[in-house]
Design a protein around this ligand. Structure first.
Ligand SMILES: NS(=O)(=O)c1cccc(F)c1
Ligand SMILES: [Zn+2]
Length: 261
């Protein structure tokens, strides 16, 4: 049985029963209200060194589709911006809805996007393992990228063309040589705030860096994400993977900073 999900019985509204931190003071995602954010001139640009980055595999973990990276050294890191150390790329995954206009986790002035890409990094300077970093207040840095619908995204096809290999929960396949830099918008202007994992265990360990400009993907490409299943091959109940997003949480006095002029 699954511990949690996105359905009526096991979805975000009941996660607090098994994960009380769901009602904590730095939960994610949030609604970003641009006019209430503060500009911090000391916030420099985020710098991504993904050149030598090596993806290893693509997997269906029953909640999303995840591309995992070799994080045994500092080849692929994010630095700068609000970060005091370089953070190592561990994996990226997506959240999406059931049709066009809903599916992102963060919202901007109450508006959702069709999907949201999360590039997950961990502080290997201060911590020894991802697991240890994932429970530390400055352990993780997640770069959030919004996806809007429009024309086909040339590079997203590399991912959507591989989804048939990971249709069922628990399936995985080789996925080498993919550099996620090709999934980023041209401008990396961002908002940043202190938050949490957006899925259980909801640890309050994430420095969020949410990029302002979306990338454009086609409805067809998003539709391929929705051919994935929450359920495993052995289960008789086939449930489409869709609406795997948590709604915005209370800000509880936090400050959202922005980097761009
Ligand atoms: N959705 S998320 O906050 O990026 C996230 C959830 C769980 C684990 C993880 F590494 C990242
Ligand atoms: Zn995520």
């Amino acid at each position: 049985g699954n511990l949690w999900g996105y359905g009526k019985e096991d979805g975000p509204s009941v996660w607090h029963k098994n994960y009380p931190v769901a009602q904590g003071d730095r939960q994610s995602p949030i609604d970003i209200v641009p006019h209430q954010a503060s500009h911090d001139p000391s916030l420099g640009p985020v710098v991504l060194n993904y050149d030598q980055c090596t993806s290893i595999k693509i997997a269906n973990n029953g909640h999303s589709v995840v591309v995992e990276f070799d994080d045994s050294d500092d080849r692929s890191v994010i630095r700068g911006g609000p970060l005091d150390n370089p953070y190592r790329l561990k994996q990226f995954h997506f959240h999406w809805g059931v049709k066009g206009c809903h599916g992102s986790e963060h919202t901007v002035a109450g508006n959702s996007y069709a999907s949201e890409l999360h590039l997950v990094h961990w502080n290997a300077v201060k911590y020894t393992t991802f697991g240890e970093a994932a429970t530390a207040p400055d352990g993780l840095a997640v770069l959030g990228i919004f996806l809007q619908t429009g024309d086909d995204h040339r590079w997203l096809n590399m991912i959507t063309d591989a989804l048939y290999t990971v249709k069922f929960k628990g399936s995985a396949a080789d996925f080498k040589g993919f550099n996620p830099k090709c999934l980023l918008p041209s401008s990396l202007h961002y908002w940043t705030y202190l938050g949490s994992l957006t899925t259980p265990p909801l640890h309050e360990s994430v420095i969020w860096i949410v990029v302002k400009d979306p990338i454009t993907v086609s409805e067809k490409q998003l539709g391929k994400l929705r051919t994935l299943l929450f359920t495993g091959e052995e289960e008789d109940q086939r449930t489409r993977m869709e609406n795997n997003f948590r709604p915005p949480q209370l800000l509880k006095g936090r400050n959202v900073l922005w980097s761009f002029r």
